[in-house]
Ligand binder design. Sequence first.
Ligand code: IMP
Ligand code: MG
Length: 429
Amino acid sequence: MAVVAVVGGQWGDEGKGKIVDLLAEHASIVARCGGGNNAGHTVINDKGHFSMHLVPSGIFDPQCTCIIGNGVVVDPAVLIEEIDSLTERGVDVSRLFISNRAHLIMPYHTLLDGLEEEARGARSIGTTRRGIGPAYSDKVARTGLRMADLIDEQVFAAKLAVALDQKNRLITLVYGAPPLSFEEMRDQYFAFGKRLKPHVVDTVPMLHAALSEGKNILLEGAQGALLDPDFGTYPYVTSSAPISSGCCGGVGLGPTRIDRAIGVYKAYTTRVGAGPFPTELKDETGSLIRERGQEFGTTTGRPRRCGWFDAVLARYAAQINGLDSIALTRLDILDSLPTLKICTAYRWGNGIVETLPASMDDFGCCEPVYEEMPGWQSSTAGIRRFEDLPPAAQRYALRLAELVGARLSIVSLGAAREQTIILQNPFEA
Ligand code: IMP
Ligand code: MG
């Protein structure tokens, strides 16, 4: 039995969805720990092509119980849409449970996310505008509404009245926007509550029962280490902890219960949203990666910024996550390139830096120092064993793992489940 956390090692979109989908067959429970519908996972399996935002990718495995943990912020409209679309396509969602402690994203959060972004002007973060930051702000300000409130109409209406009164003053007096209607929101959320009630439970005892029965549990992280509000590229970050320690708080497991943490990394780097990105490629190679990798956001459709693998950031992410191993994804996207570059340090002024500066004004002045490796210039998409990869591809993958400081456990060479090389199954390790 093992508890395995799967987390993003970069700026999100590393392919966690595929890795979780793959490992779910070994797990009795898959639990989402943080973030909200800012996340977007693409899962491609025998049932089709799915864009997932809230429901854990384990839902496709009929043996698997899925949990949306207390650390997640839930937009009920989005969740219901996702449940309906899965149901329509023959996926059973009766095994989906939502923590009664999870916070709700309200229409004023989504509205304020946009208004705050506009107000930041040139220093805007490039958020997904899904209300994530405002919802987490309310959580720590102790004015949030939770799933437990949603399923109790009387409590919900009373709490909403207080919250909305305050938000409407902010919306009208600070931002000069029209107020939101209490009655409309109340009735809409009453309807959401009725729909979601069968799924809302205290998920903590469920997890601990599974633990004492010796079952395998998979913790599904969202976003990536560099979007962590403490350790990431602040303020160009998200509002929940996407690192392995965040997985503990996001579901109610102690750190001593996590047996292994796997970091998912792309064989190159991408980011959406604003903020410095030293290895960004604004040239043809960047466009080639974007086109070949279809690097457009699952959630917002925005083109992702693409660049070389940044081993400085990757190693830092491995440290703050306590990674045991890495899953390297999208190696096939680099198939045609004659030479590959890996950033191993930064040049900053007259010196060399090997860590992420705390200030983004400083980070913006860092120039990458590259190590070059020859490419393999042949297709890897059909390869199923590591030793069958072109030697240059093997060397590149192993070099990345060496620089990151963790073992290579999985290599992904395409979106389909079978396009995966498992060097070591984390549930059997
Ligand atoms: P927010 O999470 O919507 O507040 O956005 C804050 C920053 O995190 C922005 O740069 C987003 O693009 C980024 N972000 C949030 N979620 C994801 C994700 O799932 N993948 C990639 N970037 C994300
Ligand atoms: Mg994504």
